[in-house]
Design a binder for this molecule. Structure first.
Ligand code: FES
Ligand code: FES
Length: 178
C-alpha cells in the first residue's frame, strides 16, 4: 500500500525545490528522479561505493543511505553545483588534467568526496592513517599517498583510475604526495 505523500522542501545548488514524496524516499532518488540531477550516480544503493556522494553543509554523505526528508533546511550541493560562474571547481579541473577517470561513473562522487575531504584535511581532522603518527590538531598531516587512500577509501572506482584520481586530488590540495 502506498504511503502518504509529504511535501519536502530542499535547497539544492542554491535553488529551492518543493517535492511531494513518500517519507521513505532516499535523497539520491529524489535528486535523480524528481529534480533530474543525474550527475549524482547510483552504484550499489547500499553505502558501499560512494558513487552517490553529495555535500550537505559542506560535508560529504552517501545520498543513497539517507532520506530526503532529513535534509530540509540544509545546503545540498551536487556535482552540478560545484562550478561557479561557468568556471570548474579546482578539483574538477585537476581530474581532467590528470585523467582521473575512465568510464566516469564514479567521478561525480569522487569529486564531491574529494572537495569535502580536502576541507576535513585542511581543518586538521585526523584519519586512521594519520592518527598513528600522533596528534594533528594544529597542522594538517602531509597528504601522502597512504593518507589520501585512507581518506578516499569510501569511493570505489571499478575502472581502477586510482593513480590519476590520487594525482588530481594531490594537485588540488597543493600537496606533492610521497
Ligand atoms: S550508491 Fe550510495 S554508496 Fe553506492
Ligand atoms: S572511472 Fe569508471 S568507475 Fe571510476
Amino acid at each position: 500500500m502506498a504511503e502518504d505523500l509529504i511535501n519536502v522542501v530542499l535547497l539544492v545548488n542554491g535553488s529551492t525545490h518543493s517535492v511531494l514524496i513518500e517519507p521513505r524516499v532516499s535523497l539520491l532518488d529524489t535528486l535523480r528522479d524528481r529534480l533530474q540531477l543525474m550527475g549524482t550516480k547510483k552504484g550499489c544503493d547500499q553505502g558501499a561505493c560512494g558513487a552517490c556522494t553529495v555535500l550537505v553543509d559542506g560535508e560529504r554523505i552517501n545520498s543513497c543511505l539517507t532520506f530526503a526528508v532529513q535534509y530540509e533546511d540544509r545546503h545540498i550541493q551536487t556535482i552540478e553545483g560545484l562550478s561557479e560562474d561557468g568556471r570548474l571547481h579546482p578539483v574538477q579541473r585537476a581530474f581532467i588534467e590528470h585523467d582521473g577517470f575512465q568510464c566516469g561513473y564514479c567521478t561525480p562522487g569522487q569529486i564531491c568526496s574529494a572537495v569535502a575531504m580536502l576541507a576535513e584535511w585542511r581543518n586538521g581532522m585526523p584519519s586512521a592513517v594519520s592518527r598513528s603518527d600522533g596528534p594533528h590538531e594544529l597542522q594538517p598531516p602531509d597528504l601522502s599517498d597512504d593518507e589520501l587512500r585512507e581518506r578516499m577509501s569510501g569511493n570505489l572506482c571499478r575502472c581502477g583510475a586510482y593513480v590519476g584520481i590520487r594525482q588530481a586530488i594531490q594537485q588540488a590540495a597543493g600537496a606533492s604526495g610521497r
